[in-house]
Design a protein around this ligand. Structure first.
Ligand code: DPP
Ligand code: ZN
Length: 876
């Protein structure tokens, strides 16, 4: 695990012209022949050797222009192949033969086996586990792929690009050939072989070309791919309409597999998906699952232009494709569903996942400058903050200039491997705006803190807003420059109408966007006839922490009148949060918990407001999580007190709102057959939120049990089961429902993952023993990443009282699990270990236990680079 620095980047000495691969598939001995045509780049050293990457490889043969290479001319190790005395300028062909063992590949990187099929994952550095190769994203070439395999076991032989042809091949075997004309880096290579069912459709592109669409799933599961197919066609259409991007091959394929480290992978023309993000029907998928499937199908499809045709020069530029593509999938979902509700969900996710990362030991810039293990940089900072930064460019430039900038980017860099600087240049060129200061968002880690205060001068009819910004220190970055922060804002009169100033001084204001660029800025709004109520950072225009004390009346006014519904939701959160923080402190001191009536009234008014969409009302009723409260408290945290305080607030709201919730529970039914559309999903969400509060005030499981028994879809079923298990874990009704759920779905891995996850999140110290019991079940498969994430991941990430029990047993359990998982799948181990990133915010006794557990990992002998990197950074 050497550290790699951005500053050390230099192009390769050799240009790769073409790749021709032949696979003879075998479960334990697959033979790979790679024919690579190179030429030496002009203006490089004529003597430089060719150095190719490898990982756990063994070389079987090496030819140079079809002649055997003498031993003195090359050195092969498991990690590299170095060839000397190569032609000075003429192209040459290297033929490299390796043998690999897919069955033994438990890392799930490179070529591996899952559910009886062959499958690959090459991003970021998996291709070097298949053959020796210049395995870096700036080496692009067209690929031909020939696959030879046993015909009975592998009727399907798939790779990137267009199908060239196939035929029988000796006894019981057959072969297929694929050609991908679009030059691509090796991380986008894919091969799938095996026996799968297929769902087929077609899409006619904007220029009238017909594209064959195929989704491959396990036999018998074809009907469950219908929604994914629908989402794919909508994605293709949307990218044409919104970004002018057309698909570019004759065929687009998706393969669903059950063992996968990531959510999905955008391999050119052959996406490989975690089946969790493909398979859905009302019986097995929740509304959240449908929304995820739609978003991830779109995300991977959108990569075809943002990632594949224009790719990254090096892995430091990962956000060039990921941040941008997340932004594109967010916009797609916003257009397909409700924009404000989508924005609320995004911001919830950003604050609960990215803000803790950016405020802790794993903080890093959106565009990092060094890494020890690139797999550890597929982070919420690169993805979600990267998306927010793209969104801010659109906010600063406005819709039209942003579109022009994207068009220029697509035109100028198609077929190339580029950098964030190239991306930014496109927007500077079309807008004439200098984005130098703005680009600090890519380079400075940490969530900026903006402090606001305001005053109103009735005599002069002026409203003054004072803003200050501060970017906290993060690992490796002690001091920061002020950022360019776009703050959307609006002013409201007491009656809720919007006030428009006659002029503004002290800051640039374009439409409703105020540009904060200095450390401190005082902005004066003239011609304001009465004291205004300020709504600041509308739509969460900048991913910041905002400190601005507003009265409960002002917040309630925003919650009632803002045209921007995101801002209404934010105002309700701002009203509620101080109550939750005070409740945690009171619970810790054994003082009775109270809650401001203004907050409860505003919340119930929103819940009851029929002019608002049900999905919005459900979001309003979902209080900040225990982890959110812990983050806001900022240190010396006691998870038990936070839990108790939050439960007490829930109980007070439940009591005050009994009638409202009872009425919602009745009126928000969704009669008729199940439909996954956003409006129906919103009704179910609101009804289940009401049920959560009703079960709180009932203080009895009967109503939730009745809802469980009556449920005819997975959304309602799992919501009722969650209430039963979390709120009444010892009740007979909860035990009966858990047993019923198990028996009904024992055959369905994705649904059983929900059963594991719901139990892993049961609050309280006893959950650890429950989990240890569950791990003994035959159903529990240690080698399956989804299962490990469902049980161990949910426990560590989403159960502060269980995982963080006071005796430290949760942390010790995690340490042992990490060491065990690391033996097989370092990437998964490292990812789950990041759940420890906020350990320094714990009260001293728990923090000591957490540190000991981390040190237990650190002291272990044979750690992967992945886990070593995370544990070192978390402890530093
Ligand atoms: N497959 C992952 C994604 O789409 C990594 N590229 O984000
Ligand atoms: Zn992606």
């Amino acid at each position: 695990g050497q550290i790699v620095y951005l500053a050390d980047y230099r192009p390769t000495d050799f240009v790769l012209e073409r790749v021709d691969l032949t696979f003879e598939l075998h479960p334990t001995e697959t033979k790979v022949e790679a024919r690579l045509i190179f030429h030496r780049r002009e203006d490089t050293d004529r003597q430089a050797p060719l150095v190719l990457d490898g990982d756990e490889l063994s070389l079987l043969g090496l030819l140079l222009d079809q002649a055997e290479v003498p031993a003195h001319q090359y050195v092969a190790t498991a990690e590299s192949l170095t060839v000397r005395d190569l032609p000075e300028s003429a192209p040459f062909e290297l033929t490299i033969t390796t043998v690999i063992n897919p069955e033994a590949n438990t890392q799930l990187m490179g070529l591996y086996r899952t559910g009886g099929i062959y499958c690959t994952q090459c991003e970021a550095e998996g291709f070097r586990r298949i053959t020796y190769f210049p395995d870096r994203p700036d080496v692009l070439a067209p690929y031909t792929v020939n696959i030879i395999a046993d015909k009975a076991a592998n009727p399907l032989l798939l790779s990137n690009g267009n199908f060239l042809g196939g035929a029988g091949y000796g006894e019981g075997k057959h072969f297929a050939a694929w050609f991908d004309p679009h030059p691509k880096p090796s991380y986008l290579f894919a091969l799938v072989a095996g026996d799968l069912g297929v769902v087929e459709d077609t899409f006619v592109t904007m220029s009238g070309r017909e594209v064959a669409l195929k989704i491959y799933v396990e036999h018998g599961k074809e009907p469950r791919a219908a929604y994914a197919m629908d989402a794919l066609k909508r994605s293709m259409k949307w990218d044409e309409e919104r970004f002018g991007r057309e698909y570019d091959l004759d065929i687009f394929m998706i393969v669903a597999v059950s063992d996968f480290n990531m959510g999905a992978m955008e391999n050119k023309g052959l996406n490989v998906f975690n089946d969790k993000y493909v398979l859905a029907d009302p019986e097995i998928a929740t509304d959240a699952d449908y929304a995820n499937i739609e978003a991830i199908i779109a995300h991977e499809y959108f990569h075809n232009w943002t990632g594949n045709r224009i790719t990254c020069r090096d892995w430091f530029q990962l956000c060039l494709k990921e941040g941008l593509t997340v932004y594109r999938d967010h916009e797609f979902s916003a257009d397909q569903r409700s924009r404000p509700v989508k924005r609320i969900a995004e911001v919830r996710h950003l604050k609960s996942e990215q803000f803790p990362e950016d405020g802790g030991p794993l903080a890093h810039p959106v565009r990092p400058t060094k890494y020890r293990e690139i797999n550890n940089f597929y982070t919420t900072t690169v993805y979600e903050k990267g998306s927010e930064v793209t969104r801010m460019i659109a906010t600063l430039l406005g819709r039209d200039l942003f579109k022009n900038g994207m068009d220029l980017y697509f035109d100028r860099y198609d077929g190339q491997a580029v950098t964030i600087e190239d991306f930014i240049k496109s927007f500077e060129n079309v807008s004439g705006r200098d984005l130098t200061q703005f680009s600090l968002w890519y380079h400075q880690a940490g969530t900026p803190l903006v402090t606001a205060s305001s005053s109103y001068d009735a005599g002069g009819k002026t409203f003054t807003l004072s803003l200050e910004q501060m970017v906290p220190a993060t690992p490796g970055q002690a001091t920061k420059e002020p950022m360019h922060i776009p703050l959307r804002l609006a002013l409201f009169a007491e009656d809720g109408t919007m006030l428009t100033p006659t002029s503004v001084t002290g800051a640039e204001l374009t439409d409703d966007v105020l540009h904060l660029t200095e450390r401190a800025q005082s902005v004066v709004f003239n011609g304001i006839p009465s004291r205004p109520v300020l709504s600041l950072n509308r739509s969460f225009s900048a991913p910041i922490n905002l400190q601005f004390s507003q009265s409960a009346q002002d917040l309630a006014l925003i919650a009632r009148h803002e045209a921007d519904h995101f801002a209404r939701w934010q105002a309700l959160i701002d009203l509620g949060l101080p109550n939750l923080l005070a409740a945690a402190r009171d619970a810790r001191q054994g003082v009775p918990v109270t809650c401001d009536a203004a907050f409860v009234d505003a919340l119930l008014a929103a819940a009851n407001d029929e002019s608002l969409e049900p999905a919005f009302r459900a979001q309003a009723l979902a209080l900040p999580s225990e982890a959110d409260i812990a983050r806001e408290l900022g240190g010396n945290n006691d998870p038990d007190a936070i839990h108790a305080g939050r439960q007490a607030i829930l109980a007070l709201i439940a009591e005050a709102g009994q009638d409202v919730f009872a009425a919602l529970f009745d009126s928000m039914q969704t009669p008729g057959p199940f439909s996954p559309d956003a409006a129906s999903a919103g009704r179910r969400a609101l009804r289940n939120a009401a049920l959560t509060y009703l079960s709180q005030s009932d203080n009895a499981p009967a109503r939730a049990k009745a809802a469980y028994d009556a449920a005819n879809n997975m959304t309602d079923l799992s919501a009722a089961l969650t209430i039963l298990a979390h709120r009444f874990p010892e009740a007979g009704e909860a035990k009966a429902a858990l047993e019923n759920f198990h028996d009904r779905f024992a055959e369905n891995a994705l649904v059983i993952d929900k059963w594991f996850a719901i139990q892993a999140a049961i609050p309280g110290a006893a959950t650890l023993e429950r989990i240890q019991g569950l791990m003994e079940m035959p159903l529990f498969k240690r080698t399956n990443p989804n299962r490990m994430r469902a049980l161990v991941g949910t426990f560590a990430f989403a159960n502060p009282t269980g995982f963080g029990r006071a005796d430290g047993a949760g942390y010790r359990f995690l340490a042992e699990e990490i060491l065990d998982i690391d033996q097989r799948n370092p990437q998964l181990a490292a990812r789950i270990l990041t759940s420890m990133r906020s350990w320094r915010l714990l009260e001293p006794v728990r923090a000591d236990h957490a540190r000991s557990a981390l040190m237990q990992i650190e002291r272990a002998g044979a750690l992967s680079t992945d886990v070593r990197d995370i544990v070192d950074r978390i402890l530093k």
